[in-house]
Design a protein around this ligand. Structure first.
Ligand SMILES: Cc1cc2nc3c(=O)[nH]c(=O)nc-3n(C[C@H](O)[C@H](O)[C@H](O)COP(=O)(O)O)c2cc1C
Length: 155
């Protein structure tokens, strides 16, 4: 069973709602979760066995929400030692914006540049489809992400 920290970037609460649903589903599967809505770089390094799950909205023109921007800037300035860490991405955007999903992609690339290892493909949620993001996230989790979690925690 894994310990999973969900790092949330949200402006109007959709990503936070998705994070809660995902946390409940992970707990129901026997994992331990925490939800962090004010992530700092220290939160990435304090528990090396933790798996990270980014759950972020996009805002502005492909920007990260204010509550995840500090982490992104700290990553790019401080290069935290998280090589080999497992992570996942839930990227909430809206394809009516030219900058569809760019913030989540930028954070994904920043983690990859540090040597972290993404589990599976990101879940990209498009608000313009009108589909329920919480339902889509639960489906992605059970079909795509949960099967990729290690049998025994890393490290
Ligand atoms: C002012 C504003 C700017 C946005 N900019 C983008 C964007 O650049 N790219 C994108 O993919 N989605 C963009 N979106 C869509 C949001 O990311 C999407 O609706 C998301 O589900 C909102 O999640 P939240 O409620 O957690 O903030 C924007 C939405 C708003 C209201």
């Amino acid at each position: 069973m894994s310990q999973i920290q969900i790092l949330v970037g949200s402006v109007t609460g959709t990503a936070e709602g998705v994070a809660k649903v995902v946390a409940d589903a992970l707990e129901a599967d026997g994992h331990t979760t925490s939800i962090n809505t004010a992530a700092q770089v220290e939160d990435l390094v304090r528990a090396p066995e933790e798996i990270l799950l980014i759950c972020t909205a996009n805002t502005g023109s492909g920007d990260l929400p204010d509550n995840l921007q500090p982490l992104y800037h700290q990553i790019n300035r401080e290069f935290p030692a998280i090589a080999g860490r497992l992570y996942g991405i839930i990227n909430l955007g809206d394809s009516s914006y030219a900058t569809f999903g760019e913030a989540g992609q930028a954070l994904d690339e920043a983690l990859e540049d540090l040597g972290a290892k993404r589990l599976g493909e990101p879940l990209v949620l498009d608000a313009s489809t009108g589909e329920d993001p919480e339902v889509l996230a639960q489906h992605w989790l059970s079909e795509h992400w949960l099967p990729r979690l290690p049998e025994t925690p890393p490290l």
